[in-house]
Design a protein around this ligand. Structure first.
Ligand SMILES: Cc1cc2nc3c(=O)[nH]c(=O)nc-3n(C[C@H](O)[C@H](O)[C@H](O)COP(=O)(O)OP(=O)(O)OC[C@H]3O[C@@H](n4cnc5c(N)ncnc54)[C@H](O)[C@@H]3O)c2cc1C
Length: 265
C-alpha cells in the first residue's frame, strides 16, 4: 500500500471536496482494513479532527459518529442497554480490544463486509445512516445498494427500542471470521431475524419473520417452522471454511435457540 499525501480535514465539506476531486483519494477510518485492501492512495483524508468520535444519547435516539471505535461503542452504556447487550456482544466478537480501539464503526459499515459480526445485530434494529453532503438511508437500503461509496458517512443513528436480543457468532476460533452469524431481536410488536456470513452478506429473513410475526402463540412447532422457512428462503453457500449444509445446520440450531431465548427470557 502506498499513500502519497496525508491530509487532516478541517471541515466535513473540505474532506468531501477533496474526496470528490480525485477517484484515487480516500477517507480513512481506523485504517485496519484499508491496509489490507487498498493499492495506491493519492491523498488519504483523515476525519479525526471533525468530532465524529462521539456517541450522543437522547430520549429517543443514539447518534454515533462514524469515527467512534468499535470498543468505544461496545462499552457505551446506551449500547449495552440495547436488546440486553446483544449489540455490545457482537462488537466484542471482533478480534481483541487493541484492534477494536483502532477500527471504527464508519469503516465497518461502509465496507459492507460479508463476514461482519456487527452488521447482523444492527440490521435487526431501526438504524439509519447519515452521509455528507445530503443523503440518509436505512442500513438495509445501504447494504442492498451496490457500488463504491462516494459520500462520507458521518453518523449512524439508532432509534431506541426496548426488547430482547440474541447474537451468535460461529467461528473456528475467536480470532477468525464467522462461519455464520445469527442475530434476533424481539420488541413488543415483532421479531426480526438476520443471518450473516452465509458466506455472503447479512440479510433479514423476511419470509420467516412474516410467518413468525403472524402467530398468536410461539411454541415448539412454530419455532421449528420458522427455522425451516429460514433455510428454504435464504441462500447459503460453501467456501473453504464450511459447506452449505453445515451452515444450514448451524442456522437451524441457532435460529431456534435465538427465538426461544428472546421469547422466554
Ligand atoms: C485482520 C482483520 C480481521 C478482522 N476480523 C473481523 C471479524 O472477525 N469480524 C468483523 O466483524 N470484522 C472484522 N474485521 C473488520 C473490522 O472490524 C473493521 O470493520 C475494518 O477494519 C474496517 O474498519 P476501519 O475503521 O479500520 O476502516 P478503514 O480500513 O479505515 O476503512 C474501510 C473502508 O471504509 C472507507 N471509510 C472509512 N470511514 C468512512 C467514512 N466515514 N465515510 C466513507 N467511507 C469511509 C475507507 O475509505 C475504506 O474504503 C477484521 C479486519 C481485519 C483487518
Amino acid at each position: 500500500m502506498e499513500i502519497k499525501n496525508y491530509h487532516k480535514a478541517r471541515s466535513i465539506d473540505e474532506a468531501y471536496q477533496l474526496l470528490s476531486s480525485n477517484p484515487k483519494n480516500s477517507v480513512i477510518g481506523g485504517g485496519a482494513w484499508m491496509k489490507k485492501s487498498s493499492p495506491t492512495i493519492e491523498t488519504l483524508i483523515d476525519l479525526k479532527d471533525l468530532k465524529l468520535d462521539q456517541i450522543i444519547e437522547t430520549e429517543s435516539l443514539i447518534e454515533i459518529g462514524a469515527m467512534v471505535t468499535l470498543h468505544q461503542l461496545e462499552t457505551d452504556q446506551s449500547i449495552i442497554k440495547l436488546g440486553d447487550g446483544f449489540v455490545s456482544q457482537s462488537l466484542s466478537e471482533v478480534l481483541g480490544v487493541g484492534f477494536r480501539n483502532i477500527a471504527t464503526i464508519g469503516g465497518s459499515i461502509v465496507g459492507r463486509y460479508a463476514f461482519s459480526d456487527i452488521i447482523p445485530t444492527l440490521l435487526t434494529l431501526p438504524v439509519h445512516l447519515v452521509f455528507y453532503p445530503a443523503k440518509e438511508m436505512t442500513l438495509e437500503a445501504f447494504l442492498n445498494a451496490k457500488g463504491k461509496v462516494d459520500d462520507i458517512l458521518t453518523h449512524i443513528v439508532i432509534k431506541k427500542i426496548k426488547g430482547q436480543g440474541f447474537f451468535k457468532k460461529v467461528a473456528q476460533s475467536p480470532l477468525e471470521f464467522a462461519i455464520l452469524n445469527v442475530a434476533i431481536f424481539k420488541d413488543d410488536q415483532a421479531y426480526k431475524i438476520a443471518i450473516g456470513s452465509r458466506p455472503s452478506g447479512a440479510i433479514l429473513a423476511e419470509e420467516a419473520m412474516a410467518y413468525l410475526n403472524k402467530q398468536k402463540v410461539v411454541n415448539d412447532e412454530v419455532v421449528e417452522q420458522t427455522a425451516n422457512i429460514v433455510l428454504e428462503t435464504i441462500k447459503f453457500g460453501s467456501n473453504r471454511v464450511a459447506s452449505e449444509d453445515y451452515r444450514k445446520a448451524l442456522a437451524k440450531a441457532y435460529v431456534k435457540r435465538g427465538i426461544k431465548e428472546v421469547t422466554f427470557k
